[in-house]
Design a protein around this ligand. Structure first.
Ligand SMILES: Nc1ncnc2c1ncn2[C@@H]1O[C@H](COP(=O)(O)OP(=O)(O)O)[C@@H](O)[C@H]1O
Ligand SMILES: [Mg+2]
Length: 308
């Protein structure tokens, strides 16, 4: 049997290049070859073959890979997603496409979590022409968050805290040519969250984020900061349940504590949770090696399945 070959597309900023080198080395220890820098952005398709240049500039036939590790949040475009979907049917992808696509959408994820008994903030969805219903939600809740279902980094989230704010917002929303409105009840929480990393069902690590200044969002891109945080067993267990429901092999589960209902709720599940950056590692976030080990295990297992 020829040597197994695993393809990788991993972000290179924030220490991603160092992580990639470690994964490549660990796979080599297991006798598995790797090809890196497989950015599907530059790929094209010839009949049943996706042809993609690797970092060395060589053309790789993606279908000949035994597994593909796709882990680059910042650069994922619709074209890449489209090829990822096709490839996943032929080559085991990590994360698997179906789960990844699910978690790219906040409504689809929250809906599924709820139906599996995983607590989330209360949410509502209605057709774009149903603005009356949106006003009715507002009357019931007093405060809500309008969320683009495919956003990240807190971008586009709008807190609506009065009927007037909603009325002011409506013309903008109508202009945006949306299919629907997705809103969540505003959760009364302490402006900190938990980001819990789960790989293959196992707890890997956790950190907290605290919103900056007067912002109510904990995202770093919204001015939030990271701090060391030891999660309660209940938080870990909730993250594991959420990850299992989504089916993600690698998941970063965002959790906050709802002070009014006195329970932890899952805000979202991330399909490409970043490894700790070199700076964060210095500050004590020490889960990278554990995570790398588990990811390598998955790639070993999945590539063996394909190679059979
Ligand atoms: N329903 C809510 N109530 C209160 N705060 C929220 C709610 N939803 C989100 N937030 C805050 O906004 C941040 C971003 O929301 P999130 O759903 O994770 O979207 P994104 O993908 O942009 O990170 C969260 O980390 C949290 O601090
Ligand atoms: Mg988030």
């Amino acid at each position: 049997m020829s040597k197994r070959k695993v393809g990788i597309w991993l972000y290179q900023n924030g220490g991603g290049d160092i992580i990639e080198a470690k994964i490549v080395a660990k796979l080599a220890e297991r006798g598995i070859d790797t090809v890196t820098g497989l950015n599907l952005r530059h790929a094209y398709v010839e009949n049943g073959r996706i042809l993609c240049r690797d970092r060395k500039g060589e053309t790789i036939v993606m279908e000949e890979l035994d597994a593909f590790y796709s882990y680059n949040a910042g650069e994922q475009t619709q074209y890449q997603m489209y090829l990822y979907e096709a490839l996943d049917r032929i080559v085991p992808c990590v994360n698997n496409y179906r789960s990844f696509a699910l978690t790219e959408d906040k409504f689809q994820t929250a809906y599924l979590l709820r139906n599996h008994g995983v607590p989330t903030p209360e949410f509502r969805l209605c057709h774009r022409d149903d603005a009356d219903r949106l006003r009715q939600f507002m009357e019931e809740w007093n405060q809500m968050v309008y969320k683009p279902t495919d956003g990240w980094g807190g971008v586009g989230l709008t807190k609506i805290d009065s009927r007037e704010t909603l009325d002011m917002l409506m013309p903008f929303l109508n202009q945006m040519d949306l299919r629907f409105f997705y809103v969540e009840r505003f959760v009364d929480y302490d402006k900190t969250d938990y980001r819990v990393d789960i790989v293959d069902g196992e707890y890997i690590g956790c950190y907290g984020r605290r919103a900056g200044g007067s912002d109510w969002r904990t995202n770093i891109t919204s001015g939030g900061s990271v701090f060391l945080r030891d999660p309660e067993p209940e938080v870990i267990e909730l993250a594991q349940r959420a990850a299992a429901v989504t089916g993600l092999e690698i998941a970063g589960v965002d959790i906050i504590y709802d002070r009014e209902h006195e329970e932890y709720v899952v805000l979202e599940v991330n399909g490409i949770p970043a490894y700790a950056t070199p700076e964060q590692e210095k500050e004590g976030l020490d889960f990278n090696d554990r995570k790398i080990e588990k990811v390598v295990e998955i790639l070993d297992r999945k590539s063996a399945e394909k190679a059979l």
